[in-house]
Design a protein around this ligand. Structure first.
Ligand code: SAM
Length: 291
């Protein structure tokens, strides 16, 4: 029997009198086939350390611990600690850390792996209310995670993996795809969770690129330009950029020059630009405004 078997999950929850906290995004997986597929997608073996976010009662952790060198699992809800101590009692390669992942000093924490030199993969069924902040926190930590295999709302997975000229494409696609390739591995129906969420989920596999997808003069500036370009999705690049940089004649002249230099028409919308074109635009704007 597995922790994720419905009858086991139910018995564990009842024995501990556990009540779900919606504010922590608690939807526990009760499908062992899906868990097996997640671990297979992440290609975990004894040469890999894993960071898990939100182990819950340990459904995924159990599979990870069997296959990985070590698992470091961050769980915000201290009511789950005694449960995890019980469900994961057979493993000596799991550390449960009672901490909000968004507050965690990951650079410091990863020194706690017995073998910190192994590649680190992030594998998790993420709490949906903070999927994007968690991903950005992990990416911006500058830890060279080799891969993320994470479950999230299908709609967010669509946005992260979206290509230009689609409705889902936006600053989130750019922020992630700059560092990582992103591909939906498979869809997970809402029916396999307790309690069932209101939406379907997807497993998104993100693999770190050796180098960022594009080279830019100023990364921070590039991301700000990308974000500003999608503030009003239905407006043109010109409208969004004047909203961001200003509407004075001086600013407009500089904007025009940057767009001409980047060989981009003023009436384009942000969604029409590839990440390479955003990089070109950001560099030309940087010459005009930040230089
Ligand atoms: N991994 C379990 C599973 O698949 O059944 C539980 C997944 S559940 C969607 C999300 C888990 O993340 C919950 O256990 C919740 O308490 C935890 N969590 C929520 N916010 C968190 C945060 N900021 N830091 C760490 N864990 C968090």
């Amino acid at each position: 029997m597995r922790i994720a078997d419905y009858s086991v999950t139910k018995a564990v929850l009842e024995r501990h009198g556990f009540t779900f906290k919606k504010s922590f995004g608690q939807n526990f997986l009760t499908d062992t086939n899906i868990l097996q597929k997640i671990v297979a997608t992440a290609e975990i073996d004894k040469g890999v350390n894993v960071i898990e976010i939100g182990p819950g009662i340990g459904a995924l952790t159990e599979f990870l611990a069997e296959q990985a060198a070590e698992v470091m699992a961050f769980e915000i809800d201290d009511r789950l600690l005694p449960i995890l101590a019980e469900t994961l009692t057979d493993f000596d390669n799991v550390q449960v850390i009672n901490e909000d992942i968004l507050q965690a000093d990951l650079q410091e924490r990863i020194k706690g792996f017995k073998n910190p030199n192994l590649p680190i993969k992030v594998v998790a069924n993420l709490p949906y209310y903070i999927t994007t902040p968690i991903l950005m926190h992990l990416i911006e930590s500058k830890i060279p995670f080799s891969e993320f295999v994470v479950m999230m709302q299908k709609e967010v997975a669509d946005r992260i993996s979206a290509q230009p000229k689609t409705k889902a494409y936006g600053s989130l696609s750019i922020a992630v795809q700059y560092y990582m390739t992103a591909k939906i591995a498979f869809i997970v129906p809402r029916t396999v969770f307790v309690p069932a969420p209101n939406v379907d989920s997807a497993i998104l596999k993100m693999v770190r690129r050796k180098e960022p997808l594009v080279t830019v003069k100023d990364e921070d500036f590039f991301f700000r330009v990308a974000k500003a370009s999608f503030v009003h999705r239905r407006k043109t690049l010109w409208n969004n950029l004047t909203n961001y940089f200003g509407k004075s004649d001086d600013v407009k002249i500089k904007l025009e020059q940057a767009l001409t230099q980047a060989q981009l028409a003023v009436n384009l919308r942000g969604e029409a630009l590839s990440i390479e074109e955003f990089a070109r635009l950001a560099d030309c704007l940087w010459e005009q405004f930040a230089h």
